[in-house]
Design a protein around this ligand. Structure first.
Ligand code: PRP
Length: 186
C-alpha cells in the first residue's frame, strides 16, 4: 500500500539508486577540484539538507560544514525575485574556498544573490553545486559548476525539496500530482 505521502506523487522522476550514484560522482568531482584546499561546504537551507548530508559523506576531503538560510519564495510557488538571509553563516568566509550546495537551481535568484553575498564577504572561490537544474525557468544568468540532473518544468518534491513544507522526507525525487498544489486550503 502506498504511504500517505506517496499517494500525492504522480511519478518518480529520479530513483534512490540514481540519486546515490550521481551524488557519489559529484563528490568525486569536488574532491578532484578541491583536494588540499580545506573547503567550506555551505548548505542552503532548508531544501539542501538531505543532499548536503549525502554529498559531504561522498567527498572525504578535510572540510567544514556550514549552513545559510536564504528565502526568495516566501510562501509563493513562484520566485518573488527578492532574496533575504534568514540564518547567516556562523564563521568567516574570508579567504575560504566555498562549495555552495543547493537542491535546485530554478530562477537563479537565490544563487545569484548568495554568490554576490559570499564574494562581498571575501570568499576566495565559489564552487556552485546543485542537485537539480531547471533551466526552463531561469531569470538570472547563472550556471552551476556541477549539476546532478537537469529536470523539466514540473513540480518536483522529495530528497529535501518541499511543497508547502511537506514531502522533504521522500527518499526519491517525484513529480507532485497537480491536484495537490491546485487544491485550495479550506
Ligand atoms: C528553493 C531551493 C533554492 C531556491 C531555488 O528554496 O531550495 O534555494 O528555491 O530557486 P531560485 O533559483 O528560483 O531562487 P526555497 O526558497 O523554496 O526554500 P527551502 O529551501 O526552505 O525550501
Amino acid at each position: 500500500m502506498k504511504s500517505e505521502l506517496e499517494q500525492d506523487i504522480l511519478k518518480v522522476l529520479i530513483t534512490e539508486d540514481q540519486l546515490k550514484a550521481r551524488v557519489q560522482e559529484l563528490g568525486d568531482a569536488i574532491y578532484d577540484r578541491l583536494e588540499g584546499k580545506n573547503p567550506l561546504f555551505l548548505g542552503v537551507l532548508k531544501g539542501s539538507f538531505v543532499f548536503m548530508a549525502d554529498l559531504v559523506r561522498a567527498c572525504q576531503l578535510r572540510s567544514n560544514v556550514e549552513f545559510i538560510a536564504v528565502s526568495s519564495y516566501e510562501d509563493a510557488t513562484v520566485s518573488s525575485g527578492r532574496a533575504k538571509i534568514n540564518y547567516d553563516i556562523q564563521r568567516s568566509v574570508e579567504g575560504r574556498d566555498i562549495v555552495v550546495v543547493e537542491d535546485i537551481l530554478d530562477s537563479g535568484n537565490t544563487l545569484s544573490f548568495l554568490c554576490g553575498y559570499l564574494k562581498s564577504r571575501g570568499a576566495a572561490s565559489l564552487t556552485v553545486v546543485t542537485l537539480l537544474d531547471k533551466p526552463a525557468r531561469r531569470e538570472k544568468a547563472i550556471t552551476a559548476d556541477l549539476a546532478g540532473f537537469t529536470v523539466p518544468d514540473a513540480f518536483v518534491v522529495g530528497y529535501g525539496l518541499d511543497f508547502a513544507q511537506r514531502y522533504r522526507n521522500l527518499p526519491y525525487i517525484g513529480v507532485l500530482k497537480p491536484a495537490v498544489y491546485e487544491k485550495k486550503e479550506p
